[in-house]
Ligand binder design. Structure first.
Ligand SMILES: NC(=O)c1ccc[n+]([C@@H]2O[C@H](COP(=O)([O-])OP(=O)(O)OC[C@H]3O[C@@H](n4cnc5c(N)ncnc54)[C@H](O)[C@@H]3O)[C@@H](O)[C@H]2O)c1
Length: 309
């Protein structure tokens, strides 16, 4: 049967790169997006791409989007951790009820598999590093809890209805088209925005806090692989490389030919100190490792922005 993939949130950062990856593999792609944070300009004009402007919380739009689809990549979400703290009901309506409606519609339309965006936010403050999928889950925000609830629903749908699914716990994804306000790797976009005009980027704390950055082209490739794999459950999407914010600034200074030093501000209470994901299951289940080192990913990112020196 000819594959037709529905990408929810396809006009967003990860969604648009994933859509391009699917199109370049020759698949038909349909996206549904309400354009709340995504942008039509993120998407190419392509004969195999169909765009539905609609909301996943709205059953009629979702039914239309799901009809005739073989597999679904579910990325649509409200992605602001701060918003989930301020307006937990609104956030849960989008992130829990939205996902539940996607799972239900997938079941009702006989969709073979759903790959959905979970997040490293399900872990909270880590006990041990690198974080494996078996680590204790202790989310620090409604957003993280919503992603965890989605994982439980997906697992229940497998048991109750036989719906195959894989939840991908993305770590800090970065690359072209990311909003500087993104809670994940927006820090990279923000640092670039400052350094390119000769201004000091601001680091909250001593800069020795570490993150696991993964380039969006790798993530898009893993999303495609996950749609055609057969494992069920959850899997980290991480580089398993630890980078401090000071190292990040250094790499960007080099890439941009800038010598401006960062400005160190008071630490923010809500930030976790270290985050690092194990990529063991990712490589085992999806058969490939991340291709981009941080330096290569930053180079590709700056080249895309026409900023590389
Ligand atoms: N970027 C990261 O580092 C990261 C890390 C962990 C998890 N995630 C998850 O990955 C997914 C994609 O994130 P992103 O960084 O590309 O964010 P994004 O904001 O660029 O993409 C989300 C897309 O979903 C759309 N959308 C939101 N609510 C919708 C709704 N109700 N109906 C239809 N469309 C809707 C938005 O318009 C946007 O195009 C999200 O589920 C996010 O929680 C991202």
């Amino acid at each position: 049967m000819e594959e037709k993939i529905l990408v929810t949130g396809g006009a967003g950062f990860i969604g648009s790169h994933s859509t391009e990856a699917l199109l370049s593999c020759g698949y038909k792609v349909r996206i549904i997006d309400n354009f709340s944070s995504g942008d039509r300009d993120n998407l190419p004009a392509h004969a195999n791409l169909e765009i539905i402007e609609g909301d996943i919380r709205e059953p009629q739009s979702l039914r239309r989007a799901m009809s005739g689809v073989t597999k679904c990549l579910h990325l649509a979400a409200q992605v602001s951790v701060a918003h989930s703290v301020e307006e937990p009901c609104d956030s849960a309506e989008n992130n829990i009820m939205g996902t539940l409606r996607v799972l239900e519609a997938a079941r009702d339309h006989g969709v073979a598999r759903v790959v959905y965006a979970s997040s490293a936010a399900v872990y909270g403050e880590p006990e041990n590093l690198p974080l494996t999928e078996a680590a204790r889950l202790s989310p620090l925000s409604p957003y993280g809890l919503e992603k965890w609830v989605n994982e439980r629903y997906a697992s229940l749908f497998k048991e109750l209805h036989g719906l195959s699914s894989l939840g991908l716990r993305y770590f800090n994804v970065y690359g072209p088209r990311q909003s500087p306000t993104s809670p994940y790797a927006g820090v990279i976009t923000r640092f670039v925005d400052r350094l390119r005009v000769g201004q000091a980027p601001t680091i909250y704390g001593d800069g020795k806090q570490t993150r696991d950055f993964i380039y969006v082209a790798d993530v898009a490739r893993f999303n495609v692989l996950a749609l055609f794999a057969d494992q069920n459950g959850v899997c980290n999407v991480a580089s398993q490389c630890s980078t401090s914010l000071l190292q990040l600034v250094e790499a960007l200074q080099f890439g941009l030919g800038s010598h401006v030093s960062p400005h160190l501000n008071e630490p923010r209470g809500e930030d976790i100190r270290h985050s690092l994901g194990s990529a063991e299951r990712l490589v085992d289940w999806l058969g490939e490792a991340p291709l981009y080192t941080l330096d290569e990913g930053l180079e590709a990112y700056l080249a895309d922005m026409k900023l590389a020196r």
